[in-house]
Write a protein that binds this ligand. Sequence first.
Ligand SMILES: Cc1cc2nc3c(=O)[nH]c(=O)nc-3n(C[C@H](O)[C@H](O)[C@H](O)COP(=O)(O)O)c2cc1C
Length: 200
Amino acid sequence: MGNILHIISSARGEASNSILLGNRIVERLQRRYPDKKVVVNDVTGQSWQWLHNELVDAYRTPLAALTTEQQVLLETSDATVTQMQEADVIVIGVPLYNFNLPAPLKAWVDHIVRPGKTVNYQDGGFAGQLTGKKVYLAIASNGIYSEGPMQPFDFAEPYLRYVLGFVGITDITTYRIEGAGMSATRETAVEKGLASVESI
Ligand SMILES: Cc1cc2nc3c(=O)[nH]c(=O)nc-3n(C[C@H](O)[C@H](O)[C@H](O)COP(=O)(O)O)c2cc1C
C-alpha cells in the first residue's frame, strides 16, 4: 500500500490557501484510506540544486557507471524520486506565481524527471515509469483561471499535467481556491474552494 504524499510549495504557512486546500484534500483522503501513511514534503524549505552541468551529467549516466561523487550529487533527487515511488496518491499545493509555478516547485519537478529512472526513452518516444498514481492539484490564485478571460494564462496547471504525464502520471484532478484577490469573489473564494473537495 502506497503513501499519501503532500507537496507544499507556499512559504506562507497558515496564511496559505494552497496549504489550506491541500490539507483539506489530505483529510478527505485519510477518511477514505485510514491506513495510509501521510508524508509531507515542504519544498520551500530545501536548498535545491539548479540543473547545473554536473547534475545533468549524473542524470544521464547509467546507474551502474555512476562515480561516488555523482552518487552524492544525486542523493536529493534519488530521495525525491523514492518519495514519489512510495506514494500512490500525491497532493500538490500550487500557489500561482506570475502565472506559473513557484521556483521551489519547479526545482522539485527538475529532481523527479530522471532519464532511465522515472522516464525511459524508447522507439523515438518516451515511457513514464511512475504509473498507477493519482494526483490532486490544489491551486491558489488571486485571479480566476478555471473559466473566463484569464483561463489561458494559468501556465501552472497545463505544465504540471504535461510533465507529470511525461513521468507516467495521467490521473490528475484539479481543485482551486481562486479569485481570492478580486472584490467580487474575495469573500467566498476560500469557502467555495474548500466545499469543492467535499466530494473526494
Ligand atoms: C510573487 C507573486 C506572484 C503572484 N502571481 C499571481 C498571478 O500570476 N496570478 C494570480 O492570480 N495571483 C498571483 N499571485 C497571488 C497568489 O497566487 C495568491 O496569493 C495565492 O493565494 C498564493 O498561494 P498561497 O496562498 O498558497 O501562498 C501572486 C503572488 C505573489 C506573491
